[in-house]
Design a protein around this ligand. Structure first.
Ligand code: ZN
Length: 254
């Protein structure tokens, strides 16, 4: 570890991130306008919640409800390596504001309500879960940013659902360039083998039902690579839970 990456700088950035709670007093998560809570009634109505029929494997909304075991055509052709996926929101021009507020601006004041939506969306997976694991950032990115938004979501979900959260179960073993702007194929190549479970952590995952938490499911490349590391380490199953899911290819550029 280079000396300038001392853990104290993470602590300092965390303190700065907590400051954003003060810097964003009573502003709507969506419009940024002053609001009593995190969302006004209009904001709430503008968000697209994925509560309708969806593919059980990738959470893609489906036109027709084929029942609880339904899979979309893409998943029937090539099933994901995780078991189930659940998403609270469609990732679109409305939800990108709170999602990016969390991811890029470290805005924490919406965490509780976001976790609420995710607990509702992922109830089926959370009920059988032994442990919740966030998709980790590489250490250097964590130091630069000072926080991991997926870790924040995982903690908030764990607190609400009463499930243990293990932030260090899966790690980034390789730093990767940002996925933004890459083609779906390049995204998969970019993160392949980027995650690992340490020998010491293997006993914490062996035989366990894991809920893997991330902010956005785009192509699923990152979640696939992290799931593979958990399954290789002996997880009984991995179920994916995200705040928002890209539904239209146009919204992929995050
Ligand atoms: Zn699917």
């Amino acid at each position: 570890m280079p000396s300038h990456m001392h853990p104290i700088s993470i602590a300092a950035k965390r303190a700065a991130a907590r400051l954003t709670d003060v810097l964003w007093p009573g502003r709507s998560l969506v419009s940024g306008e002053p609001a009593r809570g995190a969302l006004s009634a209009e904001d709430f109505a503008a968000l697209t919640f994925l509560t309708g029929p969806a593919c059980q494997s990738c959470a893609r909304p489906q036109e027709v409800d084929l029942g609880a075991a339904a899979m979309c055509a893409a998943c029937l052709t090539r099933p994901p390596i995780w078991t189930r996926a659940h998403a609270a929101l469609a990732y679109d021009e409305v939800s990108r504001v709170p999602v990016l507020g969390l991811k890029r601006a470290g805005r924490r004041d919406g965490l509780k309500v976001m976790a609420n939506w995710m607990v509702a969306a992922g109830r089926e997976s959370l009920e059988r879960a032994d442990v919740i694991v966030p998709v980790p950032l590489h250490y250097f990115r964590l130091v630069r940013r000072g926080y991991n938004q997926s870790g924040w979501l995982a903690s908030a979900i764990g607190a609400q659902a009463g499930v243990r959260v293990d932030h260090g179960l899966v790690n980034r073993v390789r730093a990767t360039p940002s996925q933004a702007g890459l083609s779906p194929r390049a995204r998969h190549r970019n993160v392949r083998g980027a995650f690992g479970v340490s020998k010491r952590a293997e006993q914490r995952v062996a035989g366990k039902s894991v809920v893997l938490v991330d902010d956005v499911l785009t192509t699923g490349a990152t979640l696939k690579a992290a799931s593979r590391a958990l399954l290789n380490a002996g997880a009984a199953e991995v179920n994916v839970l995200v705040l928002a899911r890209v539904v239209k290819p146009d919204d992929i550029a995050i």
